[in-house]
Design a protein around this ligand. Structure first.
Ligand code: ATP
Ligand code: MG
Length: 215
């Protein structure tokens, strides 16, 4: 993606706790660092903690504020964003990676006009993108820069290479946790790897399904 200087225009994202100016500088090697599009990843250590729900709600809230929002289902081998949105896309990111479609051909419109890039389901070779696929993906995304204000990436859970890649590609990382101990320890492990191996220093923690302030 474009290695443009730090994004001065971006403001805080309403709904994302503790937001700070985007376009963060960091040691991360993400391809979208410094992009004019504000890129936010929503991630977690443990699966099933509510990432996709948060992505959908955040996207709809931002779209209602007039932002042009693109949501990318980066749980590449096991999509569920389109299912949650009640969409039945004909094409998905796999068609782009195979060179059969352009990125704009696979985008579907969701509620409030949000744009969605669907993932493929049951395609195991996408669970660990190689360097060539990553390059193809970032080049494709770059083509969308003029049509998008905010991109939200719904990553898979865990510490796989794909999860690392998409988180380091984002300017802001939202880590979703629940009050469950395993969710917290897995989130800690994820942040530790992102920090130690990829130089990510800033995370926003989003606590989902808490029953009270104490939790
Ligand atoms: N705040 C909430 N209140 C009630 N149910 C919730 C809440 N957040 C998420 N859920 C439910 O929990 C389940 C898991 O949510 P979701 O699919 O968003 O998690 P995920 O982290 O994206 O999972 P995965 O790691 O498999 O991608 C869904 O059935 C969802 O409807
Ligand atoms: Mg999900």
């Amino acid at each position: 993606m474009k290695e443009i200087a730090e994004d001065k225009k971006a403001g805080p994202v309403e709904g994302a706790e503790g937001s700070s100016a985007a376009g963060k500088k960091g040691a991360g090697n993400g391809a979208r660092k410094g992009s004019v599009v504000r890129v936010i990843s929503v991630t977690s250590g443990k699966g099933g903690v509510g990432k996709t729900c948060c992505v959908v709600n955040l996207a709809i809230s931002l779209a209602r504020e007039g932002k042009r929002v693109l949501v990318f289902d980066a749980d590449l081998g096991l999509c569920n964003l389109d299912v949650m949105l009640g969409l039945s896309p004909k094409y998905n990111i796999n068609h782009v990676l195979r060179g059969e479609k352009q990125i704009e051909d696979v985008i579907v419109k969701g509620p409030e006009g949000i744009m969605v890039i669907p993932a493929a389901s049951g395609i195991s070779e996408l669970t660990n993108l190689n360097a060539e696929q990553r390059l193809a993906l970032t080049s494709s995304m770059e083509m969308l820069d003029k049509d998008v204000d905010i991109m939200i990436i719904d990553t898979g859970a865990g510490i796989s290479n794909n999860v690392m890649f998409f988180n380091t590609a984002a300017q802001e990382i939202i880590v979703v946790v629940t009050p469950e101990p395993t969710s917290l320890t897995d989130a800690y492990a994820l942040m530790k790897v992102l920090m130690k191996k990829h130089g990510e220093k800033s995370f926003k923690l989003l606590v989902n399904t808490a029953r009270g302030e104490k939790e």
